[in-house]
Design a protein around this ligand. Structure first.
Ligand code: GRF
Length: 216
């Protein structure tokens, strides 16, 4: 069974969506460990509720950013983690972790990449005045939200949306596509060719908002 490690910094609603998908049987995986870089991350309480081991690793205790990611890497490897899911983890992942998990670290970003990378993707899209936004699950490379795209979902952005309304619409889509990307990975259906992710057994439909469709 796929062994997952999750990294989070805050609320952890995406972490929760992964837990729920596993508990309901939609995704076959085991979450071996949650690591947080913030002692107050609500994600920690979610882990506790669901009997998942949680570790707070204080970045200030590591002499460098690379050393911090070496610590994270070692904790994940010690538990046999095969796929790492970043779920609202507010740090740029450094080489020691990426090298240990090539194309085996996923992230969720609240915009349709490559538009609006970096912090506050929802606000950037809203300020820009786009009519469609969404979210992206991608593999993590050393850039900022630049890795190969696995799944995207689009949502409408209304002209008079408050940023919070758009963020909520995007978040609901995030909770659908993140577990779905993990399911595809766990079924061995993803392969990376250059910067393109191929999905075995996926037929693109004529029109849809979630690409690929959940459950395909
Ligand atoms: C989400 O909007 C996600 O796209 C971004 O950070 C936020 C995390 O939210 N990477 P949560 O902690 O999963 O609720």
């Amino acid at each position: 069974m796929l062994v997952l490690g999750v990294l989070a910094s805050g609320r952890g609603s995406n972490f929760q969506s992964i837990i729920d998908a596993i508990e309901s049987g939609r995704v076959t995986a085991h979450i071996a460990l949650l690591i947080v870089d913030n002692p107050d991350a609500f994600a920690r309480q979610r882990a506790q509720r669901h009997g998942i081991e949680a570790l707070y690793l204080n970045p200030k205790e590591s002499p460098s950013k690379d050393a911090y990611f070496e610590r994270i890497r070692d904790e994940l490897l010690a538990r046999g983690v095969q796929l790492v899911a970043l779920a609202g983890f507010m740090r740029i992942v450094r080489k020691p972790l990426i090298a240990a998990f090539p194309n085996r670290i996923m992230n969720i970003h609240p915009a349709l990449l490559p538009s609006f990378p970096g912090l506050h993707g929802q606000q950037q899209a809203n300020d820009y005045g786009v009519r469609i936004s969404g979210c992206t699950v991608h593999f993590v490379d050393e850039g900022m939200d630049t890795g190969p795209i696995i799944i995207q979902a689009a949502v409408p952005a209304a002209p008079d949306d408050a940023e919070e309304q758009l963020a909520q619409r995007i978040l609901a889509a995030e909770h659908m596509i993140y577990p779905e990307a993990i399911r595809l990975f766990s079924e061995g259906r993803l392969s990376v060719e250059g910067r393109v992710v191929k999905i075995r057994g996926y037929e693109p439909p004529a029109a849809l908002l979630i690409n690929p469709p959940v459950g395909a």
